[in-house]
Design a protein around this ligand. Structure first.
Ligand code: C2E
Ligand code: CA
Ligand code: CA
Ligand code: CA
Length: 277
């Protein structure tokens, strides 16, 4: 964002300086934070729209900073990308997610776990190997892992021309196109990539109960995705009307505060037990 020409430039720069200082500090602290256990994950259940059965859980990273308090992922993911530390952070989150998935398996709960993958990660030459090693280390079959790719990451030319998506797919895991509808890719591009599902961005889903325009977008994405043989997940489902509309439209899976907030692992286990009886 540029400073306005009508003044306020000095204060803009002051703010910028404070922000960049804080970011620099956070950057240097990130690695230590992982070692100290300040970086944890929560899991948000995703259910089958028709049966309401839980089918997977999305892993969302959390940073409990000793002085700044809870730092939202939208603040430090971008930072980690910029300072080249998104690889270690992703490995850390993947490790926590697969360890949990293994524990569910040991309790006879075959629940898939979804992990977010930043654009930057797709161009790391050892990504596929790292994912494969993590699966082996935890004894989790690839079939139980879903990688959520932000839409921007997939349309990148270097990614499209490389075999990274095909190689990940070959591990048996599923690829999900996150934040669908907000970027530049088209469904015809999806057809050429080994993508299994799309997630309708919550910016559309949140408006569905009040805006026909948003509902139309959701319906269009669902129909087109189904025509391409892809599953569809809606995130940001907050009310019953939206849930009903999406289910009628044939949306396959639902995620959002209506179903459950993201939960720490012990709370998720209680949530699972309460639902399965
Ligand atoms: P995302 O992947 O689109 O994740 C969904 C976000 O929507 C989460 O925010 C979740 O808490 C929130 N959400 C879920 N249901 C609802 C709802 O019904 N209403 C509303 N208003 N929001 C809902 P969160 O946890 O703050 O994560 C923000 C973003 O940070 C994520 O967006 C994802 O892009 C990124 N992120 C989170 N964890 C990771 C990670 O481990 N790795 C990477 N690379 N990115 C991550
Ligand atoms: Ca996601
Ligand atoms: Ca999303
Ligand atoms: Ca998002």
């Amino acid at each position: 964002a540029a400073a306005s020409e009508s003044g306020g430039v000095a204060s803009y720069h002051q703010v910028l300086d404070q922000q960049s200082l804080r970011r620099l500090q956070l950057g240097t602290e990130l690695e230590q934070a992982m070692a100290d256990g300040q970086i944890s994950v929560v899991f948000q259940p995703i259910i089958d729209a028709r049966t309401s059965d839980i089918v997977s859980a999305e892993t969302l990273v959390r940073w409990a900073h000793p002085r700044f308090g809870a730092i939202p992922p939208d603040d430090f993911i971008h930072l980690a990308e910029q300072i080249g530390r998104i690889g270690p952070l992703t490995d850390h989150v993947l490790d926590l997610a697969l360890a949990r998935c293994r524990r569910w398996l040991d309790q006879d709960i075959a629940l898939s776990v979804a992990v977010n993958l930043s654009a930057r990660c797709l161009s790391e030459p050892d990504l596929v190997e790292r994912v494969q090693r993590a699966l082996r280390r935890h004894g989790v079959p690839g079939e139980l892992l879903i990688l959520e790719l932000t839409e921007g990451s997939v349309v990148d030319d270097s990614v499209r021309s490389s075999t990274v998506l095909a190689d990940l797919h070959a591990l048996g895991l599923r690829l999900s196109m996150d934040d669908f509808g907000t970027g530049y890719s088209s469904l015809s591009q999806l057809r050429q990539l080994p993508i299994d599902e799309v997630k309708i961005d919550k910016s559309f889903v949140l408006g569905m109960s009040t805006s026909q325009g948003e509902s139309f977008i959701a319906r269009s994405i669902i129909e087109l995705a189904h025509n391409l043989g892809l599953r569809v997940v809606a995130e940001g489902v907050e009310d019953e009307l939206t849930r009903k509309l999406l289910t009628e439209m044939g949306c396959d899976k639902l995620q959002g505060f209506l179903i459950s907030r993201p939960l720490p692992d012990d709370k998720l286990e209680k949530w699972l037990l309460a639902r399965t009886g």
